[in-house]
Design a protein around this ligand. Sequence first.
Ligand code: NAG
Ligand code: NAG
Ligand code: NAG
Ligand code: NAG
Ligand code: NAG
Ligand code: NAG
Length: 343
Amino acid sequence: MFILLFILHFLQFIQAENCSDCVNSGKVWCVDTSQCGAANSSCTTTVNVPLNCPSFPEYGYDDEFIRSEIMVLTTAAQNENPQLCFNNQLPTMKLYQIRTVNCSTKYNDVTCVGYTSYDTKKKVISMSFKGAHGQDQIKEMTEHMMKYGLESYYTVTDGKIFKALQDYFMLLWNGGMYQDLKNLKYKYPKYELWVNGHSLGSSLAWAASAWIVNIGMYKPEEMKVVVMGAMRISDYNWAAWHTKTFPYNFHILHRSDPVAHQSTYVKATNSTLFYPKTEVWYNNYMNQGDPYEVCQEADGKYCSGSVNPNATQYIDHLYYFNIDLPGWGHAGCPMNISAYAQP
Ligand SMILES: *[C@@H]1O[C@H](CO)[C@@H](O)[C@H](O)[C@H]1NC(C)=O
Ligand SMILES: *[C@@H]1O[C@H](CO)[C@@H](O)[C@H](O)[C@H]1NC(C)=O
Ligand SMILES: *[C@@H]1O[C@H](CO)[C@@H](O)[C@H](O)[C@H]1NC(C)=O
Ligand SMILES: *[C@@H]1O[C@H](CO)[C@@H](O)[C@H](O)[C@H]1NC(C)=O
Ligand SMILES: *[C@@H]1O[C@H](CO)[C@@H](O)[C@H](O)[C@H]1NC(C)=O
Ligand SMILES: *[C@@H]1O[C@H](CO)[C@@H](O)[C@H](O)[C@H]1NC(C)=O
């Protein structure tokens, strides 16, 4: 009897040799030893949900491309005239439309901002979203998110995102961005679509990417989704769907950016928040040539999640690629970036 149990145990062990099989069968995967079983002290990195099973993204991460192009597109949303940033940094990029909507029913100084642009040389259409600006917007977001929690909006996934963020995105979408993108796609049907943002802009970019695919306007393979300093906006199922849907999909996190350490539980809808598997973590100033980690897991004590949540610094949320993102944007993205470096 003892021997039979031993053999059965051994067989089980052999069968559960890969991480997803292991966690799907309710066990814990040990990354250090690549073995399935119970967690113990000899294992520092364990996985208990399939999305955290180690794997690399489909596309390689190109620091230079993100730094020199996506960073500019994202920062340009900070300026009332994003074209000023293009003139200095991306001379072939042209602003199409900037849209500003009232996105609060309570505060009179809260707006959501996004713009579309296009580049006939690179054959690209881009959609970028601005981050939160001002204390009232932070209050409005927090209240709205905590009050209504998460909801499901899609036919392509049963996953859920914050109602507040879907509402803000829809105000912008119906406030002109849908028509702008339709016009651009009609004129340039073969162009790639880039969707990007920072902070609240990241959340809106993630919502936009999902919505555009949900309505069948673009195929995920025609898109590049890149966000910076994003908070968790969804449940596990949405995160898993977003991860498997978009082949080019990165979320850049700077050192101890506190947005990665906010509470992951939402009481209103009894939801646990989860990141997609898209993280690229820079544990430094993000200067040119600095190392980064393309995270093999989605969400947990990995990469930026390994930072002590008590040791986060808000300033790491504002500086990306060692540039003061709001400050550089307001100034029109001048050539001399060293004047905007992190102190
Ligand atoms: C794990 O095994 C399952 C089938 O047993 C297979 O479908 C899956 O692709 C494997 N995953 C990896 C990452 O090898
Ligand atoms: C810890 O678990 C691993 C498998 O994950 C196993 O190989 C090892 O023997 C275990 N160590 C102890 C002390 O139980
Ligand atoms: C936005 O709309 C609300 C009413 O829904 C109003 O109280 C507020 O003043 C408006 N804000 C702006 C900037 O127009
Ligand atoms: C919250 O959800 C969990 C499963 O995710 C469930 O076990 C629990 O009963 C739920 N709690 C409430 C109050 O609905
Ligand atoms: C963070 O600070 C709190 C309160 O001081 C403490 O209870 C907790 O253990 C700290 N966490 C870590 C990971 O050090
Ligand atoms: C760039 O800015 C720095 C800091 O303000 C300044 O010291 C430097 O002289 C400037 N470089 C150029 C070429 O203007």
